[in-house]
Design a protein around this ligand. Structure first.
Ligand SMILES: NC(=O)c1ccc[n+]([C@@H]2O[C@H](COP(=O)([O-])OP(=O)(O)OC[C@H]3O[C@@H](n4cnc5c(N)ncnc54)[C@H](OP(=O)(O)O)[C@@H]3O)[C@@H](O)[C@H]2O)c1
Length: 280
C-alpha cells in the first residue's frame, strides 16, 4: 500500500493472540505498522506477543460473538486512532466447533453467525469512515473448504460462506473509498500434536507442499500492495479444492480428522475431503 501519511500505517486484527492472527500481527508490526490487536480469552499469548513487538502492538479485548462486544471494540478502536484513520481491518476471529446437525442449538448457531457474519459486516460499517480517511482495506478470513459443507461443521461452513458473500457486498458498498477482500485458507495450521496421517493429507495438495501462516502473509502483502484489487477472494490451500476426491487412492484424509480430534482432544482440523465426496 502506498502511504502518503507521516505516521505509521494502522491495522486492527481480530483474534490476534494466537496462530494465524498472531502471525499477521507480528508480520505487520515488523513492517513498521501500528497494530491494534484484539483478543478474547488468550490473555497470556496476547501479552507475550505485544511484548515481543516492542510497543507496536496495542491490545483490546472484546467478545465478538455479541453486539455489545462489537460496539465496545468499535468504540475503543475509534478512540485509539482518533482522526488518524485506519489502513486495515482484518476479521480473523473464528470459532470452529464440531457439531452434528442434531447437536446444533440456537446459541451455537447465533454465536457462529454473529462472529463470522454480523460482526465483520457491522464492524466494517462502523470503522468505514476511519478506513476511508486512508483508502484502507477490509480483509475477511474465509475458508477454502466452506463450500463443501462438511458433515459436523455445517453452521461453521454456512457462516463462512455467508461471509464470502458479505465480502463482495461490502466491496460494492464501501467503494471507492475502501477496498474489501478475502483470503480463504485451507489446511494451514493443524493442532500442534497432529499425527503422521495429517502429513499424509498434506501431501495430497496439487503443490505437494505443506502450507503454513507464511502463505497467508504473502497473500496479505499482495492485497495490501494492490490498490486495483477489491471484491476478490484469494484461495490459499495448495490447490486442494481442485483435487478429485481422494478416497480411491488415499483414504487417510477423512480418518485423519477423526484421529486428530481424538489425539488433540479438541476440534478436528478442517476436513478437506468430506466422506460424502469420496465416491466421485
Ligand atoms: N487454521 C487453518 O488451517 C484455517 C483453515 C481455513 C480457514 N481458516 C480461517 O483463518 C482464520 C484464522 O485461523 P486460526 O486457525 O488461526 O483461527 P482460530 O485459532 O480458530 O481462532 C482465532 C481467534 O479467534 C478468537 N475468537 C474465538 N471466539 C471469539 C469470540 N467470541 N470473540 C472474539 N474472538 C474470538 C480467539 O481469540 P482468543 O484466543 O483470544 O479467545 C482465537 O484465538 C479463521 O477465520 C479461520 O476460520 C483457518
Amino acid at each position: 500500500m502506498h502511504h502518503a501519511h507521516a505516521t505509521a500505517p494502522v491495522a486492527l486484527v481480530t483474534g490476534a493472540a494466537r496462530r494465524i492472527g498472531a502471525a499477521m500481527t507480528r508480520h505487520l508490526a515488523l513492517k513498521g505498522w501500528r497494530v491494534l490487536a484484539h483478543w478474547h480469552q488468550s490473555r497470556e499469548d496476547m501479552d507475550t506477543l505485544a511484548r515481543e513487538c516492542h510497543g507496536r502492538v496495542e491490545t483490546l479485548r472484546a467478545d465478538l460473538a455479541t453486539a455489545e462486544g462489537r460496539c465496545q471494540l468499535a468504540k475503543q478502536v475509534l478512540g485509539r486512532v482518533k482522526d488518524e484513520g485506519l489502513d486495515l481491518v482484518v476479521h480473523n476471529a473464528s470459532h470452529f466447533p464440531h457439531a452434528r446437525l442434531a447437536d446444533v442449538d440456537d446459541a451455537l448457531f447465533d454465536t457462529l453467525f454473529t462472529l463470522h457474519v454480523k460482526t465483520p459486516l457491522l464492524l466494517s460499517r462502523d470503522l468505514a469512515p476511519a478506513l476511508s480517511r486512508r483508502s484502507g482495506m477490509v480483509l475477511n478470513l474465509l475458508d477454502a473448504g466452506a463450500p463443501l459443507q462438511w458433515p459436523g461443521y455445517l453452521p461453521y461452513a454456512l457462516s463462512k460462506q455467508a461471509l464470502k458473500d458479505a465480502t463482495i457486498a461490502l466491496a460494492r458498498e464501501l467503494a471507492p473509498a475502501v477496498r474489501v477482500n478475502g483470503i480463504a485458507p485451507g489446511f494451514i495450521l493443524p493442532p500442534e500434536n497432529a499425527p503422521d496421517s495429517y502429513r499424509h493429507a498434506e501431501a495430497l495438495r496439487l503443490t505437494q507442499a505443506v502450507g503454513g501462516p507464511a502463505e497467508i502473509l504473502r497473500a496479505l502483502d499482495y492485497l495490501l500492495d494492490s490498490p486495483f484489487v477489491t471484491g476478490e477472494i484469494l484461495t490459499v490451500d495448495g490447490g486442494r479444492r481442485w483435487i478429485r476426491p481422494l478416497a480411491s487412492n488415499a483414504p487417510a484424509a477423512p480418518s485423519a480428522c477423526e484421529e486428530l480430534r481424538r489425539v488433540s482432544g479438541g476440534p478436528a482440523p478442517r476436513p478437506q475431503v468430506p466422506p460424502s465426496l469420496s465416491r466421485a
